[in-house]
Ligand binder design. Sequence first.
Ligand code: SF4
Length: 362
Amino acid sequence: MIFKNEEGEIIKTAKEELLDQDSLPKLPYQHLNSFYNLENYLSKTFLGRNTFSYHSSLGCPFTCSFCAVVPIYKGRWKAKSAESVYKDVKYFKDTYRIEAIEFHDNNFFTSRKRVIEFSELIKNDGITWWGEGRIDTINKYSDADLILMKEAGCKMIFLGAETGNDEILKQMNKGGTQTGETIKEFVKRLYPIGIIPELSFVLGMPAETPEKVMAQIEWDINFIKEIKEINPDAEIIIYLYSPVATEGSELYEQIQKAGFSFPKNLEDWLAPAWENFDLRKNPLTPWLTPKMVDRIMNFETVLNGYYPTATDFRIKGFKRSLLRGVSKIRYITGFYKYPYEIKIMHKIWKYRQPETQGFYSE
Ligand code: SF4
């Protein structure tokens, strides 16, 4: 904890170790309804009724150089056992009739053994779930594992694809064995099984010249379109690259050379320009020109028109067909400029982007 005391001194307390999660005392869930009416927080999402959020582990064993989890956990990961996660899930199912869970762990799928044990335990409970993982980790699971997960209710997995460019993946210190080919192979495997891959991409990485930055943006756009051809169900999330202070990394040195620096004081983070920084939609990065940002944003709009997210379950039937029809020519020809007609439809139907607003719920 860091705080300013009454004398104006900055106090920094010792950092707690990452503890064995199963050795911690049980959380007193029975008191929840004394303070809150929990039912009010359990809404219907595309996963199911009474969707519940849960953290079954802390940290991540990887050290990607663009990720905010790294400076906090420094490559450490500690998880509850499959059995204790299941006990909690069962308690909430029996007490609050939950039908779906969002696992908000940074990396739910780190241990195959734990995921498989959990899938075996939950498979007859009729609960649908979503979690975040790594492509190369889960691509090592067998088809039988993935089929079991699907039968056990795994509906969608959020995965950091970042880019299909192997050189940039290396620069991002993505670790593991993820390559452009692995991404394609994995989405292809998931298609017949029916688990939806929700892939996040980071566009607008720094490069030596503006031409190279633009060329990479076009390359990433084409790669995303290729992914949609392989697996049309794949959900695509686009972020603009927002630097993270992972000092010493090649990427951090590169962005400093390009003229980027973080605010020096806590108060400066409150400036309007920095407000949306952590949403990775407003990058303040000197190597990205307005033309480049427009190209990315316009492509995102057209993509969300031609392939509306399945997580906003109101956009279906007639609305979905109309959006797709209107966006088709743009998507196919690559003419993304001024996609106002799509924006208007998104606005009228209050289209919801999961990366900034969460899953649509009611
Ligand atoms: S695997 Fe994901 S959560 Fe882990 S460090 Fe990399 S980006 Fe962050």
